[in-house]
Design a protein. Structure first.
Length: 181
């Protein structure tokens, strides 16, 4: 089982790099491949390909797309799980469907209908495929993050909650938010 993140933004933003690093910390380098990366020297912590997933002739693959009809289940058996490496926009613009699932024609699954950050979606799918039911996971939607004293910003995504009920957002992303990235 390999997790493929097809980078879809025109640039590789610091924010995306931070999310990608978070994915590797949780899943391990050997389980993940980043594709469609113009300059792999910028992702030295990961397996990386300049090629797009569209040129890879994969079999038994599934795209994770919020627009899919069916939710991912621990019984889903595919060799590859493909995600869009895109920073979310608000409201969501169905870019995963437009740029990935409709183009690839593979089966697709959702993780609920609410948009998650790419790292959250990958980690949630990883947990489900390792036996957790979606209903057993705890989420926080649209968390408010303190940017500086008396100034908060809402992140319009769904995040996993930690054991203290706080959203799991990686440190580097929090720093970028505070810097005004
Ligand atoms: C930030 S999301 C992008 C969502 C984007 N707004 C869109 O238009 O599709 C990045 C990636 O995480 C995965 N993802 C996020 N939320 C998901 C969900 N609820 N169900 C399935 N996949 C999801 C998808 O693979 C998606 O391409």
């Amino acid at each position: 089982m390999k997790f493929i993140i097809e980078h879809l933004d025109t640039e590789l933003y610091e924010w995306s790099r931070a999310e990608y690093e978070h994915i590797i910390k949780v899943l391990g380098k050997e389980n993940v491949l980043f594709t469609n990366i113009k300059d792999c020297s910028k992702l030295q912590f990961a397996e990386c390909a300049e090629k797009s997933v569209k040129e890879m002739n994969l079999n038994k693959a599934c795209v994770l797309d919020p627009e899919a009809e069916q939710i991912l289940s621990p019984d889903d058996k595919f060799d590859y799980f493909i995600f869009g490496g895109i920073l979310g926009n608000n409201p969501p613009e169905k870019r995963t469907a437009e740029f990935l699932s409709q183009k690839l024609g593979f089966e697709k699954r959702n993780l609920g209908k609410k948009q998650m950050s790419t790292d959250t979606a990958v980690i949630v799918a990883w947990k489900i495929l390792n036996g957790k039911k979606f209903s057993e996971l705890k989420f926080i939607d649209d968390p408010e993050i303190e940017i500086e004293e008396e100034m908060n910003s809402v992140m319009p995504y769904r995040y996993l909650a930690d054991e203290n009920g706080k959203p799991i957002i990686c440190e580097k992303v929090l720093k970028l938010m505070k810097k005004g990235w």
